[in-house]
Design a protein around this ligand. Structure first.
Ligand code: NOJ
Length: 516
């Protein structure tokens, strides 16, 4: 059993047929379902820092330039999408996509504090116009992420961290709203779907608790867990407020309906919502602690932020009660400040306590990980658990907002598991839609192999492979991109024959460190 660092797998954010990996599945187990809606959005997702290269004004560039932080990997050596964006659009079009989730990078657009928000870099502004034109030419509607974990150095300089760097700065909500307002005004004619924040809770856990992402704060710092929790709560509140303000800013600045549905800006967040499962113990007292910790983590990850931007209920101290001095109930600057909810679903997070009692907002200081379940594992050690996608959809359903699957995918360099993974998850999704859950689109993570943060280039999530020795970085379709994803898109549904064709999840032969 391997134990991942505390909260780390919140980074991951994920059997269907795996109880039966031996190949006994047939179409009777998977009746043909009603087709996906014809206006359904089919796409892939990427993030600026993970594919563009050349983002030297970003805190992540500082981070990866420190050898111990990343598995010897540099985003500059990666996909070169800054130059090859048209090849990305072409790849997406070639598999029948009609949308693409991608980022615009704050540090590229505003390289210095002095440039913000009046004087963006003209070449950068034009670059993203060119990207959107390339998407349009190929029939791909953009969904644009404003914050996918990279901040300009002028907002967070890792060499000079202070208690007001980055998201700890109470001025961040206003600054982020200014960025959103600028983006809405500049690109509103090309973009309707805006994603303000990507996986805020993962970002907070990784950056403020586990110290595996900038700003490298952790519970091991002076001040221990209490200080780490305090910082994480402050950063979380600033992210929530930043979303609320940027929601308003985008609605004011982007009133142009660019996708023909009668609305201008449509604003959401990509939430990471794993399936939380308690570690099993024979000792009832310990089991209760595991269960409590699981419930608490599920609340923090899968409910607290979501409640804030829909109900206006901000649980600052994350104690599941709205009675703290900094908590807010029905706050009008947050309530109903989301048009759609994005779901990033990958895997299970198993939770166990370390046997301590209560630490900060988290009962029993949990450890989390992809522990000893009997589900198939991917090359990144994540459990394959498609049913969890339905659990997370069921958790989002009561909010009554349209849902997009903003990420779902797996690391699979040989494409051995991906066919079945796609079929299983899209089958679950199709069933959820047939059961009345309002899901409007699906974005597979990722279009191309890319820079997987602290894990570098080992995990290969792409529908298209990249050979990093190839100077041209040709986008090479993996078989499942065409034979499964494109087929499902073309047929508007998962043909049950796919389960016969891909009856199981072969054992991975590669094990990328850092995932489980
Ligand atoms: C979550 C993140 O949004 C993305 O940046 C990451 O690469 C994938 N999931 C896979 O870990």
């Amino acid at each position: 059993m391997r134990l991942a660092p505390l909260l780390l797998p919140l980074l991951t954010t994920s059997c269907f047929g795996c109880g039966d990996p031996g190949g006994h599945i047939d179409d009777r187990d998977h009746p043909k379902l009603k087709a996906f809606p014809s206006q359904f959005l089919w796409g892939t997702a990427t993030a600026s820092y993970q594919i563009e290269g050349g983002l030297h004004g970003s805190d992540w560039y500082q981070w990866e330039s420190t050898p111990s932080n990343v598995t010897n990997a540099h985003a500059d050596d990666g996909d070169h999408s800054y130059d090859l964006f048209d090849a990305d659009s072409e790849a997406a079009q070639s598999i029948g996509n009609n949308t693409m989730r991608l980022g615009i990078d704050w540090s590229r657009l505003f390289p210095t504090a002095a440039s913000f928000p009046q004087s963006p870099d003209p070449a950068a502004v034009k670059h993203y116009h060119d990207v959107f034109a390339s998407l349009k030419k190929r029939g791909l509607q953009p969904m644009v992420t404003l914050y996918h974990w990279a901040l300009p150095i002028w907002l967070q300089d890792l060499t000079k961290l202070t208690e007001t760097s980055g998201w700890l700065d109470d001025g961040m909500p206003n600054k982020f709203a200014l960025f959103a307002a600028w983006a809405g005004k500049e690109y509103g004619g090309e973009v309707d779907l805006w994603c303000t924040l990507n996986e805020p809770v993962v970002n907070l856990a990784a950056g403020y608790f586990n110290g595996v992402h900038p700003p490298r704060r952790s519970f091991g710092d002076p001040g221990g867990v209490d200080m780490a929790v305090q910082r994480a709560m402050n950063a979380a509140r600033n992210m929530v407020l930043a979303h609320g303000k940027s929601y308003e800013a985008l609605h004011s600045s982007d009133t142009v309906d660019s996708d023909g549905d009668g609305q201008g800006a449509e604003v959401g967040i990509a939430f990471n919502m794993p399936s939380f499962q308690a570690y099993k113990s024979d000792d009832p007292a310990l089991q209760k602690q595991h269960d409590d910790a699981t419930r608490r983590l599920r609340y923090i990850s899968n409910q607290a932020f979501q409640d804030a931007v829909t109900k206006g209920n901000l649980d600052y101290d994350l104690d599941e009660k709205l009675d703290g001095p900094k908590d807010k109930i029905g706050d009008p600057s947050l309530k109903d400040h989301i048009d759609w909810m994005g779901l990033n679903y990958y895997s299970i997070v198993q939770v166990a306590t370390l046997g301590k009692s209560s630490v900060g907002p988290i009962t029993g200081l949990p450890r989390t990980g992809h522990l000893d379940t009997d589900h198939p594992k991917t090359e990144y050690s994540w459990d394959v658990y498609p049913e969890g996608l339905r659990e997370s959809l069921d958790a989002l359903r009561p909010y009554g907002k349209p849902i997009y699957i903003t990420e779902n995918g797996l690391a699979d360099s040989t494409d051995a598991q991906r066919p079945r993974y796609l079929a299983d998850h899209l089958y679950v999704l199709q069933k959820a839609i047939a059961d009345g859950i309002d899901v409007r689109g699906y974005y597979y993570w990722s279009l191309i192999d890319n820079f997987e943060w602290q894990a570098g280039y080992c995990p290969r999530f792409g529908l298209f492979a990249i050979d990093y020795q190839d100077p041209k970085r040709t986008r090479i379709a993996r078989p499942s991109a065409k034979s499964v994803y494109q087929k499902i898109i073309a047929e508007k549904g998962v043909d049950p024959s796919l389960f016969k064709q891909f009856p199981s999840y072969p054992e991975p032969t590669l094990n990328c460190p850092g995932g489980g």
